[in-house]
Ligand binder design. Sequence first.
Ligand SMILES: [Zn+2]
Ligand SMILES: [Zn+2]
Length: 379
Amino acid sequence: MQAQASPEGQPVYPATAERGESHGAETARTVRSTPIAGTAEPLAATRRVGAHTSIAGGLAEALDLARRLRCTTLQIFSASPRMWTDGRQKIDPAQAAEFRERRRALELDPVVIHANYLINLAAPDRRLRELSIRGFRGELERAIALAADFLVVHPGSRRDGPVDEAIERIADSLRQAAAGLELGRLRILPEITAGQGSVVGSRVEELRAILDACPELNLGVCLDTAHLLAAGYEIRTEAGLDSTLAEIDRSLGLDLVRVVHVNDSKAPFGSHVDRHEHLGRGHIGLEALRRFVNDPRLAGRAFILETPIDRPGDDWRNVRTLWRLAGIEWARPAGKGDGLRPRKRSQAKQTARPAVKSGGKRRARKTAAKRTSRLKRKR
Ligand SMILES: [Zn+2]
Ligand SMILES: [Zn+2]
């Protein structure tokens, strides 16, 4: 599908343009007319650039953090991504209201939630699948409470079973998880995968089959530049990107692509290994990423980083680079909270837990102000 454009030729976020409800209309107007604080650049207000942002300091604080990083959209986990919540981890209504309110005030749009990594909607094992369905129902309930626009989920792993049966299980799991829930504006987006092991969804045809197996859920899809490269889609050259997008359009429809994860790849082309890298330091490179994020066929999509935090300031540098690729230059944000704290590998599991549950002496020593200013990417 050809990308939509406003009369001024600026990209318009397609979900808001299509949604047609009062909220969508409001958002589209806001997005077009309001420049981001600190710049008079009108284009910046129409580009949707974001990063996966830590909720370690709290859900609403993640929004502040994204804004300090000059994001116009963001992705978060709504609970620990590596712990079973068994569908019981609800969000306190007051906390959800605060999140929705602040998100409106900061004009962050869309809000994307990434589902827990343990969820395997394709699991042949009945117990794991039941846990996954309950877990995903919890994801849906929290996403609805937060008025999120998109919930990104990995299709799952088929283990030794055939792909077509796994796809049936995925669709069935999604249906069961969503049964009786009013999704409203929320749209579920299965994400393309690198195709590691027996993971489903590294070919767009497989994503298409998932969508076709549960049409009533009105699914979209999420692309990931690192996953595409590792899955064997040649996105490094102009001709390769052209044929990749043409193929996605043919078998899926580019209008279904709502979110794009922008990551460079530590793993080479076709390796089926999922390893994200800082923009410009991996096998994709800046020129290819520039072509990708500026392709008119993807205009208006939310481009969201899931790059590592190895050194202080990595988040800010990657967000700045992504804006540069989109043709916009930012000054460094003032004050704290610009992702200055690296995530230590050994702390990955600990930092993956929500702040309320991951106490401990080190955290206890921090002041509240420091805590909210800290960013640990949780992936
Ligand atoms: Zn993902
Ligand atoms: Zn991703």
